[in-house]
Design a binder for this molecule. Structure first.
Ligand SMILES: [Mn+2]
Length: 319
């Protein structure tokens, strides 16, 4: 059974149309022209099982996905202006990673006096994401990827990077049970690991920052996923600031009193995104917030720092 077979049956059990199922499968597994293959597979499966779709066990694929956020406290000294940087999807190990721009961004952070950078996951490109993924990598084992991050992730005096891991990082965990986030932070004291998929940080007693790395496919409209995500939040557990990686897009949205950012990425177009017609935004954010004496946000100023043209084979500059 291929990995997508199981997922296709799962969607079929939700009574989705063949077209919808195909779209989802193509998006999640990076496949194309699957309509007939998917339809035939489900049809045959239905016939074999006398029109009864048996729901496959879901345990396998939710094993590391979107856990409860881990909570972290950050010391607030009562200052009313807070500045920090947010970025994500650095995809170390990928031939399309934009390490030069990542270093440029950290240089800017130094110049701007930033001490804390928050990373929304996919610090590495992971392993075996889909058939052929290995050809997009310059490092092909978990240990090599860890060493690469330890060696080449920007290290700047006075800057701490707080990071979660994403679906690409988790592919390593899924395949070999190796938590690369943990392994990286052991070797680099300036890279603080906050957990898998999501984490919340109290920047002040009344200002929470939530870092999230969703696992689903991208949407046709830039703001769609963010709106849906914020709509799904219960009013008493919404963060004040939400930073979302994974989609490789830059966006600021203020919705239901949540200051939400999509964190863009430091990876150029890959054969996967190009084939799917997905655009990517390269860059990071510098955020300035004004809070009152209780730490409640009074003003939110996101500044996006874009990098326009991706550098071809930039990984070679770091060999
Ligand atoms: Mn990613």
């Amino acid at each position: 059974m291929n990995e997508w077979h199981e997922r296709a049956l799962e969607y079929a059990s939700e009574n989705l149309s063949y077209r919808d199922i195909t779209n989802k499968i193509e998006e999640e597994f990076g496949l194309t022209n699957m309509y007939n293959t998917v339809r035939c597979y489900i049809y045959r499966h239905k016939r074999k099982n006398k029109n009864q779709i048996i729901k496959p066990e879901k345990v396998k694929r939710v094993v590391v996905q979107n856990q409860e956020p881990a909570h972290h406290e950050s010391k607030w000294d009562g200052t009313t202006v807070l500045r920090f940087a947010i970025l994500g999807d650095t995809q170390f190990g990928s031939k399309y990673a934009q390490l030069t721009y990542l270093h440029d961004f950290y240089d800017l952070c130094v110049k701007e006096g930033i001490t804390d950078v928050y990373h929304t996951g996919d610090i590495t490109d992971g392993l075996k994401m889909r058939p052929g993924h290995e050809y997009e990598l310059y490092e092909i084992s978990a240990d090599e990827m860890r060493e690469d991050v330890v060696k080449h992730y920007p290290k700047r005096e006075g800057i701490t990077t707080h990071f979660i891991t994403g679906n690409h990082d988790a592919s390593i965990y899924k395949h070999v049970g190796y938590d690369i986030g943990q392994a990286i932070s052991v070797r680099r004291s300036d890279l603080k690991y906050l957990g898998r998929d999501c984490a919340t940080i109290n920047l002040t007693p009344n200002c929470t920052l939530e870092l999230r790395h969703p696992w689903d496919g991208t949407a046709y409209a830039l703001s769609y996923k963010m709106q849906k995500m914020i709509e799904a939040m219960e009013s008493d557990s919404k963060p004040n600031i939400l930073a979302v990686g994974h989609y490789h897009k830059a966006e600021y949205l203020f919705y239901r009193n949540v200051h939400a950012l999509q964190t863009a990425c430091f990876q150029g177009q890959t054969p996967f995104t190009r084939g799917k017609g997905i655009s990517v935004h390269i860059g990071g954010w510098i955020v300035t917030i004004r809070v009152d004496e209780n730490g409640t946000i009074q003003g939110f100023a996101p500044e996006f720092v874009p990098f326009y043209n991706s550098i071809k084979d930039d990984y070679i500059n770091f060999r």
